[in-house]
Write a protein that binds this ligand. Structure first.
Ligand SMILES: [Zn+2]
Length: 245
């Protein structure tokens, strides 16, 4: 029971000396933690930061307190991973959801096990990576992986205008482009779409964390109804989804 509450982050928290700490101990949750996660009027990523700061007891090997700054600076995928594993520890491995098919509008039962979701682990964690962009004629970008703080910076924009959200994200995570630094949003906006697409797919392919996309077809009409598992609603043992939109 004790060992079970020590989790191995897929990305990890870097110490000032460069060493990466991956083992995190979490405590048993209470209703107050659940309330912190659902608190209205605050953005999702801020709630996740508050929630995880409450429940992480210790990051092994890290000589720093677990505060909101530390948790906001964690890899996005590490935060997702902790939410997912906490859901598994508290409520079990099996997830049942009812999802409405976007094509035929019929309700579909979706059952899966959290342990079946693939998790990508960083093999050689680095503060930032040199990426040669084929779409930019091999020009190099120095890129770091997105954190909870990056998510906070773009989450309001993501629904409104995903391209603007990408511009802001690139300006934050690209530390250097073609030997020039720092990047501004104007710089990122000036890049050709092919360069931006290449950067976005590099981030997708590289970032650590669980793959939350559930790949499924409607059993009634065979339409594709793949969707991402909603981690923020994860305490509800059975969540009814009105639509996948
Ligand atoms: Zn259907």
């Amino acid at each position: 029971m004790i060992a079970e509450r020590t989790l191995e982050l897929p990305g990890g928290v870097a110490r000032p000396d460069g060493a990466v700490c991956r083992r995190v101990r979490v405590r048993q949750l209470t209703g107050a933690d659940e309330e912190a996660l659902f608190e209205r009027g605050r953005a999702g990523s801020a709630r996740v930061t508050t929630f995880l700061t409450r429940v992480i007891e210790d990051v092994e090997g890290l000589d720093a307190p677990v505060d909101e700054t530390l948790v906001a600076g964690m890899h996005l995928g590490d935060r997702d991973y902790l939410l997912l594993r906490l859901r598994q520890l508290e409520l079990g491995d099996a997830v049942h959801e009812v999802v409405r098919c976007p094509a035929c509008a019929r309700k579909v039962d979706v059952d899966f096990a959290i342990s079946e979701l693939p998790v990508r682990r960083l093999v050689d964690p680095q503060p930032a990576y040199r990426v040669a962009l084929a779409a930019a004629g091999g020009r190099e970008a120095l890129v770091r992986l997105p954190t909870g703080e990056d998510q906070s910076a773009v989450e309001g924009l993501a629904l409104e205008n995903p391209a603007t959200a990408n511009t802001r994200l690139f300006a934050r995570v690209v530390l250097e482009y073609d030997g020039r630094a720092p990047m501004t949003e104007e710089d990122a906006r000036a890049w050709p779409p092919a360069v931006r697409a290449e950067l976005a797919s590099w981030l997708d392919a590289r970032a650590p964390g669980p793959d939350l996309l559930l790949d499924l077809a409607c059993p009634h009409c065979k339409a594709d109804m793949s969707y991402a598992f909603d981690l923020h609603g994860f305490f509800l043992p059975s969540s009814s989804r009105a639509s996948t939109a």
